[in-house]
Design a protein around this ligand. Structure first.
Ligand code: HEM
Length: 532
């Protein structure tokens, strides 16, 4: 165990050891004489309402559960620290990315996406990689995944996508699997999912260990320097132990024998002092180069190829402490893309913009009201001073009379913007209000092909096998055929190999690659079809 950091010291105030063995009390602190027998009339009579200990014990138990996360419900977390090794001083005013003497405490939660809280670890799925940096300038959350792209380009489609991914509504089947009609129905009608589906069918979806998994911020963010000038940035986590996957056959056996395989691995490594480490890397793109690529930097279904913009290593993340209590910390941690510190800002990526709304919104119900920021794991180490008051689960005792701004009673009326305050990046935007996606988002296949071409032969065989397995379980033939038609725009050999494995017509060699202007399947979606 390393020496306690700032966050650890603050958590110390909240740690409680009820020492059940020696003395039991009620929630009111009243010593309990007997917790095994309820108070009743005679030895075989009814239980009495006046048994306050019985009622309190049962009531508390009855209310122990909170809703699981709407996605990423299954997860595990750990504390650690981040150190910047190559300061980004010229690009950002964020102190934790500038000052090499700082050790910034962090909490990281790894997760699967589709399965429920009790589902198995080693399923074919995306993995979440969410990091809360408790910086001296406030909390910064980097809420990423282990794949560098996403399924959709605009967050307004997220509910549709998640409804399609999750178990089907009539029978809750399948739990945590990519083998079902609704997922592939959505996918074949939305060709923007193609690039991410290639990642999902690859071995990247089967990480051997969280310690051996990359992480990506996915979106293009902005670093902002002290003068207010911006630089586009993509964030990358690279594991020191290398990136390793299981193979499909292993994952299925492990899911049966040890559904907690990844969770256990992380826990045990940390307990044994084998602290996992990641390197933080950044791809930096000057604002002037915003339109220099053959894809749109605001499109989350695209990577910036490293040949075009190399990843610059800038820091190190170490996880060295397991939480004390899963529910209090790992379950109640609340990550939010909107938690940024001075020197880091957003872009107009429409997926990112939707996420800025969604996380806080869902946490208001998941964690029971607006005061979840006071929960020990969510509290910043930076000072919190504002006029937010009251609400469910308020644990602060705010003193003073003035809970408003400006006021002349309690010094709440600063004349100037305090130094170090967050000021939003001053981007000029101009346009008509329209529901329309930019043409620069229209190419859905080039990078899927790039991904396919970067695979070795055995990796390609794994991808084909995965498509055959997952898509092969889809009942509706037109969906299988539609997916194959989309894949034909990625690679003809891939499409034919998948077609053969899932019992549909192999497609003809495309005359020219269709770079996704429209989905072949979408145009047929409303046409009459053979049912199964
Ligand atoms: C949860 C990543 C897109 C809504 C999460 C978590 C991660 C994550 C890692 C788990 C956080 C935790 O461990 O507590 C991503 C990435 C995305 C993406 C990398 C795309 C690049 C979206 C979009 C939406 C969304 C587009 C909605 C518009 C949610 C919600 C949760 C969640 C509601 C549950 C949060 C909670 O209950 O605390 N996401 N997500 N995500 N995500 Fe996303």
């Amino acid at each position: 165990m390393t020496t306690p950091d700032d966050k650890d010291r603050r958590l110390g105030r909240f740690r409680v050891d009820p020492d059940h063995g020696s003395r039991l009390t009620t929630d009111q602190g009243i010593p309990v004489d007997d917790t095994d027998n309820s108070l009743r009339v005679g030895e075989r009579g009814p239980t009495l309402m006046e048994d306050f200990h019985f009622r309190e014990k049962l009531t508390h138990f009855d209310h122990e559960r909170i809703p699981e996360r709407v996605v990423h419900a299954r997860g595990t977390g750990a504390y650690g620290y981040f150190e910047v090794t190559d300061p980004l001083t010229e690009y950002t005013s964020a102190e934790f990315l500038r000052d090499t003497s700082l050790r910034t405490p962090v909490f990281v939660r790894f997760s699967t996406v589709a399965g429920s809280r009790g589902s198995a670890d080693t399923v074919r799925d995306v993995r979440g990689f969410a990091t809360k940096f408790y910086t001296r300038q406030g909390n910064f959350d980097l809420v990423g995944n282990n794949m560098p792209v996403f399924f959709i380009q605009d967050g307004i489609k997220f509910p549709d996508f998640v409804h399609a991914v999750k178990p089907e509504p009539h029978n809750e089947i399948p739990q945590a699997s990519s083998a079902h009609d609704t997922l592939w129905d959505f996918v074949h009608l939305q060709p923007e999912t193609t690039h991410m589906m290639m990642w999902l069918m690859s071995d990247r979806a089967l990480p051997r260990s969280f310690r051996m998994m990359q992480g990506f911020g996915v979106h293009t963010f902005r670093l902002v320097d002290e003068e207010g000038a911006g630089t586009f940035v993509k964030f990358h986590w690279k594991p020191r132990l290398g990136t390793h996957s299981l193979v499909w056959d292993e994952t299925q056996k492990i899911a049966g024998k040890d559904p907690d395989f990844n969770r256990r691995d992380l826990w045990e490594a940390i307990e044994a002092g084998q602290y996992p480490e990641w390197e933080l890397g950044v791809q930096l793109v000057p604002e002037e180069r915003e339109h220099a690529f053959d894809f749109d930097l605001l499109d989350a279904t695209k990577i910036i190829p490293e040949e075009e913009v190399p990843v610059r290593p800038v820091g190190r993340l170490v996880l060295d402490r397991n939480p004390d209590n899963f529910f209090a910390e790992t379950e109640q941690v609340a990550f939010h893309l909107g938690n940024v510190v001075p020197g880091i800002d957003f872009t107009n990526d429409p997926l990112l913009q939707a996420r800025l709304f969604s996380y806080l919104d869902t946490q208001l119900i998941r964690l029971g009201g607006p005061n979840f920021t006071q929960l020990p794991v969510n509290r910043p180490v930076a000072e919190v001073r504002n006029h937010q008051r009251d609400g469910y689960h308020q644990s602060a005792i705010h003193t003073g009379r003035a809970a408003y701004h400006p006021n002349s009673l309690s010094g709440g009326c600063p004349a100037v913007v305090p130094e170090g305050a967050f000021t939003h990046y001053q981007e000029r935007v101009d346009g008509n209000k329209i529901r329309k996606r930019s043409e620069s988002f229209a190419d859905h296949y080039s990078q899927a092909t790039l991904f396919w071409n970067s695979m070795s032969d055995w990796e390609k065989e794994h991808i084909i096998a995965a498509f055959r397995f997952e898509l092969g379980k889809v009942e509706h033939r037109h969906i299988r055929q539609g997916v194959v038609a989309n894949l034909n725009n990625v690679d003809h050999y891939l499409a034919v190999s998948v077609a053969e494995g899932v019992g549909v017509e192999p497609p003809a060699q495309p005359a020219t690659p269709n770079h996704g202007r429209s989905s072949p399947a979408l145009s047929q979606a409303n046409a009459p079809r053979d049912s199964v």
